[in-house]
Design a protein around this ligand. Structure first.
Ligand SMILES: [Zn+2]
Length: 493
């Protein structure tokens, strides 16, 4: 199944690419001086631990679904038979996931649990499991109503062997515009692991729209303030049947998809506008956003993926470039033949790149249209090309759906960030909304945040002999252990 294979390679590639991007957003810190570590909204980051040695999965294949023919091959024979304990081992008999917390659930040997999620109208359902990961490595996997795989912790594949981002929690977001959309989640042990778990379902009101407060939400509901992470919502899977359609996919771990409501709305709105103005627009990859607790991705496992605090507060997201081949995925877009060890396109990329400039400029114009957008970071060589494309869009005759306004155009001069402080944005753009003055998730830490250390340039070599940048210890938050980062460079296909 060609698609699945490509997807799996792509996911691995994303893992490596994201590891390479841990310096990717350091420019923002120097600009803003985020000195506002005030009230804490954070819960402690989950700690992951090594899973115990377990026996191979003991599953049988006798269960069948009405829609089994549409199941991805990756699922293969992983449909277990009925268990005497629970009648919810396959989606056809899945129990409805109750709202709130259900404790004392368990996966026993050879067991797996399925739950049905029916999402009310204008609601994002956050569905997840919590466990003591050290006692048994459970996975949560998401499927649509037809049994098609939507995603796992590790991007959009299952099963997977990569275990680098495992924690005590696993959450997904599901949205239904009209209400009644059906999803399934599946709980099972990795490599035969068993464990207890609790299931948690929370509902957050949500509606698409140009602005969050304009849609009737309070500013606090929009900008993510709230206790215990409740202020951030999981960026939901796209629903191909709603008015936005299949507009995006996730090139990141499920734990790193938490965002302010206003960010989810803005990105979905900008995508909707782009798809309307540019028919045939292919799905765009969304990369790291934020942890559920408001902290920058990777701190949950002591392996930060970005400079300290650059993705805090759920108001920052890395997004792939729109590309001329329609892949729109998380990859280097320079196409200039360089090794990109320093994280930038070379000047040759001004003539040779794969950015779909009109579409990219239009999408960014719609992101800039929000007064909540603080800055968008891009590569320094690509920035003037994108600005030029924006000028061309602004010069289109009235009535052209792709025309952008003068105020949108002006943002390409005063809110477009690039330059030596923005390495790795030859791979993605970084959208940053206004920082909050309170509610910083890190306020409980001993010392205030400081700006990330300067980029140190190429250092050691990775396993393939390619150069990789060095990680400065000063990117470490107080009290946090940071492993040496295993960085690699995403190869051009
Ligand atoms: Zn970023």
């Amino acid at each position: 199944m060609k698609h699945m294979i490509a997807r799996r390679e792509w996911s691995y590639f994303v893992v490596m690419a994201l590891a390479a991007m841990t310096h990717g957003c350091q420019g923002e810190q120097g600009e803003t001086g985020m000195d506002d570590a005030a009230d804490s909204t954070a819960s402690e980051a989950d700690t992951s631990a090594d899973s115990e040695d377990t026996e191979p999965a003991d599953v049988s294949d006798e269960a069948a679904l009405p829609a089994a023919g549409s199941l991805p091959e990756a699922l293969g024979s992983a449909w277990p038979g009925a268990s005497s304990l629970e009648p919810n081992e396959a989606s056809v008999t899945a129990k409805d996931a109750p709202l709130g917390v259900t404790n004392n659930l368990s996966i026993t040997k050879g067991d797996e649990d399925w739950y049905r999620v029916v999402v009310p109208a204008r609601t994002v359902a956050r569905v997840g499991i919590e466990m003591n990961h050290a006692a048994g490595d459970l996975d949560l996997v998401a499927y649509d109503a037809q049994g098609r795989l939507l995603g796992s912790r590790n991007g959009a594949e299952y099963p997977y062997t990569f275990r680098g981002q495992e924690t005590n929690t696993e959450y997904y977001g599901f949205y239904s515009e009209d209400g009644g959309a059906v999803y399934y989640v599946r709980v099972l042990g990795h490599a035969g692991a068993t464990n207890k778990y609790s299931l948690r379902v929370d509902h957050y009101s949500y509606v698409d729209g140009q602005t969050c407060t304009g849609a009737g939400f309070s500013l606090a509901d929009c900008d993510g303030r709230g206790s215990s992470g409740s202020g951030l919502i999981p960026f939901p899977f796209p629903d191909p049947s709603d008015s936005l359609g299949n507009a995006y996919n996730f090139a990141s771990y499920s734990n790193y998809r938490f965002a302010r409501r206003e960010l989810v709305m803005l990105v979905r709105h900008a995508l909707a506008e782009t798809r309307e103005a540019f028919p045939g627009t292919k799905p765009l990859s969304l990369i790291d956003i934020c942890q559920m607790d408001g902290v920058t991705p990777g701190y949950d496992i002591g392996d930060p993926r970005h400079p300290q605090s650059t993705h805090d507060q759920g108001g920052n997201i890395d997004i792939a470039y729109f590309q001329t081949d329609g892949a729109n995925d998380a990859e280097i877009v320079c196409n200039d033949g360089a090794s990109h060890a320093d994280g930038y396109c070379t000047s040759a990329a001004a003539k040779k790149h794969i950015v779909d400039l009109p579409r990219q400029a239009f999408f960014m114009a719609k992101l800039f249209a929000s007064s909540r957008t603080r800055v968008i970071g891009t590569d320094t060589v690509l920035a003037p090309l994108i600005r030029g494309a924006a000028q061309a869009l602004a010069a289109l005759p009235a009535g052209d759906r792709r025309k952008i306004s003068q105020s949108e155009l002006s943002a390409f001069s005063n809110r477009l960030a690039y330059g030596s402080g923005w390495p790795y944005h030859h791979h993605h753009i970084h959208l940053s909304l206004q920082w909050l003055n309170q509610g910083n998730a890190r306020a409980g830490e001993a010392t205030a945040l400081s700006a990330p250390a300067p980029f140190l340039g190429p250092g050691a070599q990775d396993a393939e002999g390619d150069p990789k940048p060095q990680m400065s210890n000063s990117m470490q938050a107080p009290g946090e252990a940071v492993d040496s980062l295993d960085m690699a460079w995403p190869p051009r296909p």
